[in-house]
Design a protein around this ligand. Sequence first.
Ligand code: C5P
Length: 229
Amino acid sequence: PRSAIIVVAAGSGTRLGAEAPKAFVGIDARSVLRHALDGVFAASPAQVVVVAPDGWQGDAETELRAAAGDRADLGHVVTGGATRQQSVAAGLSALWGDVEIVLVHDAARALTPPSQIDAVAAAVTAEAGIIPALPVVDTLKKVVDGVVVGAVDRSELAAAQTPQGFPRGPLEAAYAAAGDSGIEYTDDAALFSAAGHPVRYIAGSERAFKITTPADLQRARHLLGASVA
Ligand code: C5P
């Protein structure tokens, strides 16, 4: 089945403390968004929707064209919203044609291996959503008002990554229901589960970490072997 990928890049990136929105910050000579899109086009999507911050649509278009090469006709840029959920909803309404599987991907997970993108798309069924996830390595504590009140069994936990993949019809219906409810969900899988659908997971990858803080950006630079100015 044909798959579309919505790359959400409309966040401001406040925690990164850069001048530009996070997606347009350089890792090396290439921006966060460009790296994310290079990975996307190395996978095999039938459609790519980039969700850009207002005012940055033209820049997103430039990055999309550079990453797409002769496949620029697969791509489209739309404007995001105030929350990630609104940005995904904007991406969903821009899908066209007979796509059956929709992947939602954070541009901030710029170094996600293309194999992870294809593996998620391949695992989606007509009913079930798929998330890539990693086991939790830290010992986790439940803390209330600065006091440790309990432990959390990490064997029951997994850290969710993107892209998260879903059957298109049920995802669109789940987004419509979430919009009506006014509830903000933590991620697409939570929104999809709330609509009563199963979500399964496959192994994620260390390289699919989310660039959030300056330390994350340094890690990405280190992984790319770039000189850090
Ligand atoms: O803020 P955080 O890094 O967790 O955001 C995850 C992804 O969602 C990023 O790629 C960011 O650009 C995107 N996002 C968005 N629209 C928002 C907020 C976040 O597209 N309003």
